[in-house]
Design a protein around this ligand. Sequence first.
Ligand code: NAI
Ligand code: MG
Length: 345
Amino acid sequence: MSDTRTVDGGIPATLIPGDGIGPELAESVVEVLDALGAPFRWDRQLAGMAAVADCGDPLPLPTLDSIRRTGLALKGPLTTPVGGGFKSINVTLRQEFELFANLRPARTLIPGGRFENIDIVLVRENLEGFYAAMEHYMPIGHDPKAIAMSTGFNTRAECRRIVEYAFDYAVRNNRRRVTVVHKANILKALTGLFLEEGRKVAKEYEGRVEMNDRIVDACAMQLVLDPWQYDVIVTTNLFGDILSDLIAGLVGGLGMAPGANIGTEAAIFEAVHGSAPDIAGKGIANPLAMLLSTGLMLRHVGRVDLAERLTAGIDATLAAGVRTRDLGGTAGTRELTDALLHHLR
Ligand code: NAI
Ligand code: MG
């Protein structure tokens, strides 16, 4: 996918600063990208609570139109009301633009942590599974919510597409193995179908990429005991959500975990973390997860050179001992950004 839709030497891209710590992070990211000479021409748009405050709609039409036009977006986190209120805008965007693959690479950037040399890429199915969230309550007597029901679904076509994406990614990036993670012993239909397609696709890649499979709970334990056995993991939506936070924990936490939502017509880049309301507005959020997400975005548009300069700058900044609080340091968003600007070559 290198349809970069270049116009006037720049690549139009939608920028959604988002909620909570989003705007602080977006400011840092835009500064760093400008210093790098990144080719993006930003079209700033609102979504989430910021959009509700502005026009009463968490996903305004101009935002959707912008992404439809650019096919490329960098998105800050969006706050989702828990247990009621509007449907997650993140999920809506993934469905609207059919962003079927959620790519979440995790690599140790700071030596001396609990785990060294982690390098795991999680590929999460992004449209189906229990995230379909077809839910309802059933009343018994006077209790209108006596029973809660949720239906998940996986289609054979989507299972196949996501597993193929993972194997293809493995080939393109010189990865040796893909692990298919499921719960086919209990959810025999829902995740059995995923495993079935996984095995079929693996046959087509025989000799190029190895395949094995793990049941999700055992995988969670092994990720803590021996994470180095994993290379590329491909899994269903909800398991991918949970395991990607676990894997982020192996490399220093959510402040270090980037992500990409990839479709055939559009791609939206975002950190794994949320809007962190507990630290919003304090100037202490770690911008690295969102910066690393822009690294994925630069690769996506074919600017591997700029992505590598960004990574080198981040490595140099961390090597100089500059850390935000989530990494045990004292730097704020501003100090870390300044240090990175200083270390960019
Ligand atoms: P969260 O990721 O916002 O925060 C979890 C913990 O990690 C908090 O203690 C927070 O301070 C810390 N943290 C997260 N990002 C950080 C950063 N960059 N630097 C330093 N510390 C960081 O998850 P939480 O609290 O469960 O969700 C808050 C809101 O974000 C909810 O409304 C949720 O729905 C939304 N959310 C949005 C996502 C998105 O837009 N893609 C993803 C995850 C959650
Ligand atoms: Mg999550």
